[in-house]
Design a protein around this ligand. Structure first.
Ligand code: FE2
Length: 394
């Protein structure tokens, strides 16, 4: 017998927009770099990358593609993990001195964010700190092509750029449609150069994106689709992808989950996991994905009772047996799952293992409460709430 559609199921009717760049997903997408530079009218490319990617063959592949298309290029590779404001300014100098007219970012989230920063400053002629916040960019960036080499950040499709304000030791969140790249070349083969720790950290970053987008107060029916499918794919494939680094099917599924989570959070925005992680990453220069992984169970604990139905759907997607459980038991099962999942991936640390001390918490919370990601957290936090979450994650 045909199953009836639930008559009481409501859909989101508030106004929502959805922004995504053109993207090409699949093996060898990176080899299209020359074609897309040509299509975008580029004559001289600034390739933004880092010292790790220079040692892989991905850069040679991109260079050959540019040469075949008759496009000139120069390389800027002075980008640190948690990219710094002064590195953005050095990149802008390189862009201007070499008379570039297009930017290609090849790397993880730090490289992609640095490239966005270079693009913003090169056309707006002001320090990068002037663009912190939502919709602060006056003039469009030069054309930007992104080729991600990690599966989690999704900066290649997102409206976010995160730059470390090195003097003041916090991460500036720049959120604008203007930082969405012109094209993303999303090639799962590039993930084979990640070790298992980086695979775990970046995959858990993607999981945090999907969680935060799904419970965000700016979520929509469209972002929900992407967020839930990202959670399902990460749950089913991240551990196997860590253990089988050369398996392109598994790498493909993780790259796809990163893309899905990216499309979800770019449009629904994030929450307290990211406001707390941005503050930690900027103050103590810690890996972003690892910070998120440590914080996510504690933020679920904080948020759960404001959107229990949303977390119950997540728990079901993760295959957690919830039949007969009350809301508090579902919450505890979900938190237990997340801690176990972290452990299975080799992420066993707490914040104190990462050298965070209780005396750091007031300053970390002071910085975190100013982060724009708090605005879409399902439960609006006050500074004291953030202090408590940090303390519980110690
Ligand atoms: Fe993130």
């Amino acid at each position: 017998m045909k199953k009836k559609t639930k008559v009481n199921e409501k859909i989101q009717l508030e106004l929502r927009k959805f922004v995504a760049p053109e993207y090409i997903f699949g093996i060898n997408a990176r080899l299209l770099a020359g074609n897309f530079c040509h299509n975008l009218g580029g004559k001289k490319v600034l390739i933004v990358t880092d010292s790790g990617i220079i040692k892989t063959t991905w850069l040679n592949d991109v260079e050959n593609s540019l040469i075949q298309s008759g496009i000139g290029y120069c390389i800027f590779s002075s980008v640190s993990p948690n990219p710094r404001d002064y590195e953005v300014m050095e990149g802008v100098e390189c862009y201007r001195n070499n008379k570039c007219d297009i930017i290609l970012a090849l790397g993880g989230g730090s490289v992609l964010d640095a490239a966005k920063g270079i693009g913003i400053v090169s056309t707006n002629h002001l320090p990068i700190s002037n663009f912190e916040g939502v919709d602060k960019i006056g003039h469009p960036m030069p054309p930007l092509i992104c080729i991600p080499t990690t599966g989690g950040t999704a900066a290649d499709v997102s409206q976010f750029a995160i730059i470390n304000n090195w003097g003041e030791r916090y991460k500036m969140a720049i959120i604008s449609k203007s930082v969405v790249p012109d094209v993303a070349l999303i090639d799962p083969e590039t993930l084979t150069s990640m070790d298992s720790f980086l695979t775990a950290c970046t995959g858990l970053d993607a999981l945090s994106h999907a969680f935060e987008a799904y419970v965000s107060n700016a979520s929509s029916a469209v972002t929900d689709l992407y967020a839930i499918e990202a959670i399902r794919l990460i749950h089913s494939n991240l551990l196997d992808s860590c253990n089988n680094p050369g398996d392109l099917q598994l790498r493909g599924k993780i790259m796809l989950s990163s893309l899905y989570a990216g499309l979800a959070f770019s449009n629904a925005s994030l929450g307290c996991v990211h406001s707390l992680a941005h503050s930690l990453g900027g103050y103590l220069d810690l890996p972003h994905g690892e910070c998120n992984a440590i914080l996510l169970p504690h933020v679920v604990d904080f948020n759960f009772n404001s959107v229990p139905d949303r977390y119950i759907t997540i728990a079901k997607t993760l295959g957690i047996a919830i039949s007969g459980l009350n809301e508090i038991q579902v919450k505890n099962s979900l938190i237990h799952y997340l801690k176990q999942f972290n452990q299975s991936l080799g992420i066993n640390s707490s914040l104190s293992d990462k050298k965070v001390t209780s005396s750091d918490i007031p300053v970390l919370s002071e910085k975190a409460i100013k982060d724009p990601c708090n605005a879409t957290n399902p439960k609006p936090p006050v500074k004291r709430d953030l202090e408590v979450i940090y303390s519980e994650a110690m």
